[in-house]
Design a protein around this ligand. Structure first.
Ligand code: BES
Ligand code: ZN
Ligand code: ZN
Length: 508
């Protein structure tokens, strides 16, 4: 898709669609009034008849509108002008993109919405529009002969003459890069386990690393054995697919600050192992590598954006099956760090993988960590399908991650890590066990991970709910969502290396 800024007046834009976003009770002034006049007063009539009020994500389409050059006009509501947020604008524009991408098009134009009474800068609105349009026109059509969604070929973002500054072009590029990365994460997660298994994921990571000049190291079964990753290897033992660990490293020009490690759970299929899942719970378990996909997609975005930071992405890739060599209940594993783990449920495998990956990342020089994992159903029970759970051993670091999510408009909620939860993962035969009993399951899983992060500031993001949507909504396709890519890029941007003496150290 080619995306560009354009200053053509709205009514003169040719192409298949013109998209115009308007707030609730919109004013008929400036270009909106010009459009209204060209349409013979259609906008005022729609407003008076309450057929289009500007309510959040409301859509009205006008085919072959007289007086304008575009083939069709889509009006999309932005909600109250004084409450326009990053998330609200993104959602409205995703809805618009999904609306107009159900048929093949060759050229789409969108008038970049005004700020209303909000503080969203023009650059921010351009960035949001570029991301939303890039993401919204891509569907789940990987294996459908009859496509339901048609990616845009050409997209014009309309701004006023004189507004096309280099800053705006940068915002357009950033928005497009974020959209591409979200789509990359979605594609990897939507692919079935037959296509994305540890070795094929690692190959894809290696290809992307080469393309975007990231350093890449891949550990195969023998290397993982040499690293004594007894916990990760135990999960992989029940599958014929050999495991992989992918380490990607990015060092922005001149960056000297602390090394951030992004860690991803990459269980390319989770059958539950011998503690096998019922059919309905297993149905979507190709999504259990969403953490790793998010890390890979974010590393690509960071490299393309050339951010002045040091970041490593570490992905633990295994398949959790029930083969003859599968780990069994009662097994005691020795993790890379030396901690011994009693296996009480083979379906609590994500934490076993992450235990070794976290430890490895620290030995490779990580100063602070964020892990992403579709880790527990309990987190979905606690927060619902659309909210990420955050858990930490370091409140200031967590606050930075929460601020990143706020800036990106992604929903996240912190869960407590009181010491009393540590009791729940004690084992009679080993240092710890891999389940914590019936209650507080999202937190006991995090407590388990905490045992492997030493004293490093660490945030665990449980994305079991938001990573994979069970159904379509007007603003999003069912299936993989690519959640947290924008948040992670915000976090990385806000913790960028600003040289010594800025107080931005590993301790903060
Ligand atoms: N991959 C699942 C968690 C999951 C659930 C992801 C729903 C996405 C949607 C994880 O490995 C798992 O099975 N966790 C168990 C842990 C339990 C055995 C302690 C769970 O949540 O039931
Ligand atoms: Zn599991
Ligand atoms: Zn799992």
């Amino acid at each position: 898709m080619t995306v560009q800024l354009a200053t053509t007046p709205w009514i003169e834009v040719a192409g298949d669609w013109l998209i115009v976003g308007l707030p609730e009770g919109f004013d008929l002034s400036g270009p909106v009034e010009t459009l209204n006049v060209a349409l013979g007063g259609q906008l005022s009539r729609l407003r008076e008849a309450q057929d289009f009020t500007g309510k959040a994500a409301e859509t009205v389409s006008l085919p072959a509108p007289p007086g304008i050059r575009a083939g069709r006009l889509l009006l999309v509501g932005l909600g109250p002008a004084d409450k326009l947020t990053d998330a609200g604008l993104y959602k409205a524009l995703l809805t618009a993109a999904r609306f107009v991408s159900t048929k093949k098009t060759s050229r789409i134009a969108i008038a970049v919405p005004g700020p209303g009474a909000s503080e969203l800068t023009l650059a921010r609105r351009v960035q949001i529009a570029a991301t939303a349009l890039t993401v919204g026109c891509v569907g789940q059509d990987l294996y459908r002969a009859e496509k339901k969604r048609f990616p845009f070929e050409n997209l014009d973002l309309l701004v006023e003459p004189g507004q096309t500054t280099p800053e705006l072009s940068k915002a357009l590029e950033t928005g497009t890069i974020l959209g591409d990365s979200i789509n990359l994460a979605r594609e990897l997660v939507n692919q079935p386990a037959k296509v994305i298994y540890p070795a094929s994921f690692a190959q894809r990571a290696a290809d992307l690393a080469r393309q975007h000049a990231l350093d890449c190291e891949i550990l195969d079964q023998a290397a993982l054995e040499a690293e004594k990753m007894g916990s990760l290897l135990a999960v992989s033992a029940g599958s014929d697919q050999p495991p992989r660990l992918v380490l990607l490293e990015y060092r922005g020009t001149g960056a000297k600050g602390p090394v951030l490690a992004l860690i991803g759970k990459g269980v390319t299929f989770d059958s539950g192992g011998l503690s096998i899942k019922p059919n309905d719970s297993m149905l979507t378990m190709k999504c259990d590598m969403a953490g790793a996909a998010t890390v890979l997609a974010t590393m690509v975005a960071i490299a393309r954006l050339k951010l002045p930071v040091r970041v490593m992405g570490v992905m633990g890739l295994v398949e959790n099956l029930t083969g003859g060599s599968a780990m069994k209940l009662g097994d005691v594993l020795t993790a890379r760090s030396g901690v011994t783990i009693e296996v009480q449920n083979t379906d609590a495998e994500g934490r076993l993988v992450l235990a070794d990956v976290l430890d490895y990342a620290i030995s490779k020089g990580a100063d602070r960590l964020i892990d992403l994992a579709t880790l527990t159903g309990a987190c979905v029970v606690a927060l619902g399908e659309d909210v990420v759970g955050a858990m930490t051993n370091n409140q200031p670091w967590c606050d930075k991650v929460l601020a990143g999510a706020r800036a990106a408009g992604e929903d996240i909620w912190q869960l407590p890590m009181f010491g009393l939860y540590d009791e729940l993962i004690k084992s009679d035969v080993a240092d710890i066990r891999n389940v914590g009993g019936r209650w507080g399951g999202a937190i006991t899983a995090a407590k388990f991970l905490e045992r492997f992060v030493k004293d490093k500031p660490w945030v665990h993001l449980d994305i079991a709910g938001p990573a994979f949507a069970s159904s379509d909504k007007p603003h999003r396709e069912g299936g993989a969502t690519g959640c947290m890519v924008r948040t992670l890029v915000e976090v990385v941007q806000s913790t960028g290396d600003r040289g010594p003496g800025t107080g931005d150290s590993a301790k903060t």
